[in-house]
Unconditional design. Structure first.
Length: 564
């Protein structure tokens, strides 16, 4: 679909005061004239905001599919659709079912309409009536634009509702904005609302609507990270995580581990990335097609009755290799609780090779063979389950991934010791004192300040320990050092930054595999380093062997984006 037609199509799909779903319990109305739809009543505001959430359902699955299928951690199976196989091969035509830019502009147009028509002067008891909704919709629009420009590379920056075909034509013929330009615009646009509370509504079915809304400070952190404004990104992440009224600690209890240093049969059960202690925000989905948009992620990644147990996406050999490359470590203590030894898990002899190295992959993935179907059966003889999906929600933010982006920002801001502390120890004032030298502490200042009454060594954990044991005592997982001393401290920091960044990007894969981040994480670093091979190499080796033709294709960054 040509860009001009996309914007016109988005105009005709402008759905305001509606939510496109029974779950949200509203009616759908097509709005054509702004003057007939001034938003000046609380009910209007609620319906409009929920209507935008309803439109976001149409792009929810794609936030995962486009971020994983084009990465190196999954591969399409023989049962995969032609569209998925083409995405993985970067043979991405305009007719691919996952290439629907109009769905993104439908969300944006709804946001633009709300922002242009809501009565921001209306007050009740001295408070702006729609203050919270206004900030929430600003965040929805910025988040959607960030998703859009990551997918398409350059997009029209449309900031007012398109109410006529002529307006749509003019917008389509306007200039295109790059990722950095989009990010810089919305950093300025959102900053005044960074501390504005978000709406709080009553529960809708089993959902808490508070979790539908995107925290502005987190989004500002992401925008700054993509824009290369690293110190600002670190400040926004820290400000959110260390909020004095609502601090966000790492979920310390959430880890997968070997129960004994003498028994390596089966590790502890997987932790749920969708638990309330881990999940920050998500897009709600319908439970029935009759009600609206239902997530298809479980059917793509797992065996279900709906797909006759034929899953379409499976972990790649690249994912298996990355997981197996980690070194699992256990801090062995005596009866008095004193460390007496450090024990490393074996590299062979397991009941399944999937248990070598980091345990997060193994604990979230199972594959079984039933042996009961013949070659003519309509059902698959294999059963795959990836425990990262829930048909009722598609996550947008979870705590641990936020900490890893915070680490990425700190590292690029020239603070590699602080970034490494997030991976190996967890950030609290005691760990900062122990593992970040005084010069870096002075340089970081408030960027690494944490309330020592809340963030303690007992309530923090290095992110790597969520799957690789007691990383704080792992002698093989350390801050990279140059093989010989360098002339200056600045030289040493410059040596460490890219190597710590590699560890962070690996950790993002180990922690966030299958969740839709991988392709964009590789893209962000490849763009930052002006090094297409950073993306092309791992993706072309996803099968375990390098695909030379795919690598050559991906060495040209224009092939990273979907055609408009």
């Amino acid at each position: 679909m040509k860009l001009r037609n996309i914007l016109i199509f988005s105009f005709f799909n402008l759905l305001i005061l509606s939510a496109c779903s029974d779950m949200l319990n509203t009616e759908s109305d097509l709005v054509e004239f702004a003057e007939e739809n001034t938003l000046n009543h609380p009910t209007d505001s609620v319906y409009s905001v929920m209507g935008i959430v309803g439109r976001m359902q149409h792009i929810a699955d794609r936030t995962v599919i486009l971020g994983e299928v084009r990465g190196d951690l999954v591969e399409p199976t023989d049962a995969a659709s032609a569209d998925l196989k083409r995405l993985a091969a970067f043979d991405m035509g305009q007719q691919n079912k996952y290439n629907k830019v109009s769905d993104y502009y439908a969300v944006i147009n709804n946001c633009n309409y709300f922002l242009a028509n809501v009565d921001t002067t209306l007050q009740r008891r001295g408070r702006q009536l729609f203050k919270y909704e206004y900030a929430a919709v600003k965040a929805f629009r910025a988040w959607t634009y960030l998703e859009l420009v990551k997918i398409y590379g350059q997009v029209p920056l449309v900031l007012k509702p398109l109410m006529t075909e002529r307006e749509a034509q003019e917008a389509a013929e306007g200039p295109l904005s790059t990722i950095q330009e989009v990010c810089n615009y919305f950093i300025t646009d959102l900053t005044p609302y960074a501390l504005t509370d978000l709406p709080s509504y009553e529960n809708i079915d089993s959902h808490n609507p508070d979790r539908f809304f995107i925290p502005v400070r987190l989004l500002l952190g992401d925008l700054c990270l993509w824009a290369g404004r690293y110190e600002e990104a670190a400040r926004w992440y820290n400000d959110y995580l260390n909020d004095k009224d609502h601090p966000v600690q790492q979920p310390y209890q959430m880890r997968t581990y070997w129960r004994s240093v003498t028994d390596y049969q089966y590790p502890s059960n997987a932790y749920s990335v969708l638990s309330l202690s881990e999940l920050l925000t998500y897009i709600p989905m319908e439970s029935r097609i009759f009600d609206g948009v239902v997530s298809d992620l479980s059917n793509l990644f797992s065996s279900t009755k709906d797909n006759n147990y034929f899953f379409q996406l499976a972990p790649s050999q690249g994912m298996r290799n990355l997981s197996a490359a980690q070194i699992y470590c256990t801090e062995y203590k005596n009866d008095s609780g004193t460390q007496v030894d450090t024990v490393y898990a074996p590299r062979s002899g397991f009941t399944d090779n999937i248990y070598i190295g980091d345990l997060r992959f193994a604990s979230n993935y199972t594959l079984m063979s039933t042996g009961s179907q013949d070659e003519y059966s309509e059902y698959s003889s294999q059963r795959q389950v990836i425990n990262k999906f829930n048909s009722s929600m598609v996550p947008t933010y979870r705590i641990t991934m936020v900490y890893l982006r915070y680490a990425e920002a700190l590292n690029r801001a020239g603070l590699p010791q602080s970034a490494m502390a997030i991976l190996k120890y967890g950030l609290c004032q005691e760990n900062i004192t122990l593992y970040v030298d005084s010069l870096e502490q002075e340089k970081a200042g408030q960027l690494i300040k944490f309330d020592d009454n809340i963030f303690t060594r007992e309530t923090t954990i290095g992110i790597h320990s969520r799957g690789s044991g007691d990383s704080h005592c792992n002698a093989y997982y350390v801050l990279p050092q140059p093989p010989t001393p360098l002339p200056t401290r600045a030289d040493t920091v410059a040596y460490q930054i890219p190597r710590v960044e590699d560890l962070i990007i690996n950790e993002m894969a180990l922690e966030g595999a299958f969740e839709g981040n991988r392709f964009y994480d590789l893209m962000r670093v490849a763009l930052r380093r002006n090094d297409p091979a950073y993306l092309a190499d791992p993706i072309s080796r996803r099968s375990g062997k390098q695909d030379a033709a795919l690598r050559a294709l991906l060495m040209d960054p224009t092939n990273w984006y979907l055609p408009k």
